[in-house]
Design a binder for this molecule. Structure first.
Ligand code: R5P
Length: 282
């Protein structure tokens, strides 16, 4: 049985049909003081698969509640799928006195589950914060599916070195094209400096590939550079379309031609599903 979080309903449904498993009708309620309470109904699953991205603190609590409700309902196995793992980028204590937030949330999520899967975490090392170690599902290849088949001299570009593997995966899934990367220096939470490579981009269709678009700063700076260099078109492909605050506006103002994201987060740009990639591990 599949139990979806309130922010991950589409992916939970896609996974249910992919696996041909029942989709629980979960109620998401709040007490008058604002505290959350899920209700999974009168179910008695052997295996419960909780599918809940944790993009907010409420979503974290909801995921913990779904795990607990599954146990209460008598599930003998609880599998937790965290398609987008919030706090994963806080994977070390950056300054004295900081927590390792990714470890803290991973420990909480591990307490009431037999297994955890997550999709393209920012650093695979965060999987080791879970007990037992979480499985990192690589679903980036699906980002090639919505791209037009006739991109001209396509260049799959990572905005920083860390995203090179993703760019390569999308290029391989697309079938042809070059891969290159820029160099990024993060100045602050919403300010980055991009140093372009010397790759030729003029008259080419460029696809900028990254794991997450959060504030949109990384992408909008990259798009601006590519537009200045006369790229024919600039598409953005991201596994986790977080799009905080005015990120989409930033991308549009910078001149993006197309935005494609997956359904790890439910956004208008979530045009392709990671359900088949997750199903392979279930
Ligand atoms: C960090 O290196 C990640 O791969 C992304 O590039 C980053 O999270 C994007 O953040 P933003 O959209 O805020 O620039």
């Amino acid at each position: 049985m599949i139990l979806g979080g309130s922010c991950t309903q589409s992916l939970a449904a896609a996974l249910a049909s992919e696996l041909d498993e029942e989709l629980a009708l979960v109620d998401y309620e709040r007490f008058p003081d604002g505290e959350l309470k899920v209700n999974v109904g009168d179910v008695a699953p052997d295996r419960a698969v909780v599918v809940a991205s944790t993009a907010s603190s409420d979503a974290h609590v909801e995921c913990l509640q779904l795990q607990d409700a599954a146990r209460e309902a008598g599930a003998s196995e609880v599998v937790t799928v965290v398609p987008y793992m919030g706090y994963a980028r806080q994977d070390e204590a950056f300054t004295a006195g900081d927590p390792v937030s990714a470890r803290a949330v991973a420990r909480a999520l591990s307490a009431n589950t037999d297994r955890v899967l997550t999709v393209n975490p920012h650093e695979t090392a965060v999987c080791e914060f879970f007990e037992p170690t979480a499985t990192a599902v690589d679903a980036a290849g699906v980002l090639a599916d919505p791209l037009p088949g006739d991109l001209g001299e396509p260049l799959f570009l990572a905005p920083d070195e860390g995203a090179c593997d993703l760019a390569e995966t999308v290029r391989d899934a697309y079938g042809h094209g070059d891969v290159d990367h820029f160099v990024k220096h993060r100045v602050s939470g919403d300010e980055v400096e991009i140093t372009p490579s010397d790759a030729t981009v003029a008259e080419r269709d460029v696809v900028v590939v990254d794991d997450i678009v959060a504030t949109g700063t990384t992408m909008s700076e990259s798009i601006a550079v590519l537009r200045e260099r006369d790229a024919a078109s600039v598409s953005v492909a991201t596994v986790h379309p977080l799009f905080a605050a005015n990120a989409v506006t930033k991308l549009r103002r910078a001149g993006v031609s197309r935005i494609v994201g997956t359904d790890t987060l439910e956004r208008p740009q979530s045009v392709v599903s990671v359900a088949p990639a997750i199903a392979e591990h279930l």
